[in-house]
Structure formats: C-alpha cells, structure tokens
Design a protein around this ligand. Sequence first.
Ligand code: NI
Length: 143
Amino acid sequence: MEEKENDLIRFGVSMERKLLCRFDRWLTQAGYPNRSEAIRALVRDSLVEAAWFEDDLEMTGTITLVYDHHQRDLDSWLTQVQHQWEGTILATTHIHLDHHNCLEVLIIRGKPLDIRSLYGTVRGAKGVKHGQLALSTTGEGLP
Ligand code: NI
C-alpha cells in the first residue's frame, strides 16, 4: 500500500496516571475535543517555537504595546519606527484605551532575529508600559 504524508498513524503513548489525569482535565478546559487533537496542537506549537531559533526562516507574529499617550514624542517616534520597518510591519491597529493609555498591535513578518530586534527597540522605549511578542508561523512547511 502506498504511504502518504497525511496518513494518520496511530501510536501508543505511555504516561503516568497522575500526569494523564491532569492532561485530560487541561484539554477539556482548553476546549480540545480529544487527546489526539490536543497532542497534535501541542506538537505543532513546539515546532513553531523551535522554528523561532532558526534564523533563516520567515516567521509571523504580533507585537502588542501598551503605552502612555502623554509620553513626549512617543507617538511620532513609534510612527517613525514603523516607517523604518515597513517591510517587516504588515499592519498596525491602534486603540485609545482611556485618557492616558494607548494599545497598539503590530502584525509582523520576517526573520526571527529582525523581529526580536524590532521588538526590543519598541519595548524599550520610554513610556511603553507593557509589551508582548506573540510568535507565530507563516504556516509554510508546517504539517
Ligand atoms: Ni491612542
């Protein structure tokens, strides 16, 4: 019989009862329909995470920033940075959280090192209260 890359392969996994109970509780809470779906998702997450350490791959992700709207020159500096990184930043969304605080999300695509460098630049700016880099994938090469 011909073997295809997308063939479903069944395999056995041994695990301590206690660990399996915790896993089952977690996957139910997390909304996975069964162990197989949960394990597939965890494996894909791990592969994406590992890919972020391979510098020649192109990755996607988002940078979320919460910053002080009243911080002098920060708004215009952020705009300037976004122009400098126009090849890496695909889109941005800005939300005025309240009188003082703004939230900005940058959707990014590029090499891991460049993305980390961009993140460090904006996260380290004076007036940025919180930052988060969410690492994802272009999906290319991920089964
Ligand atoms: Ni704002």
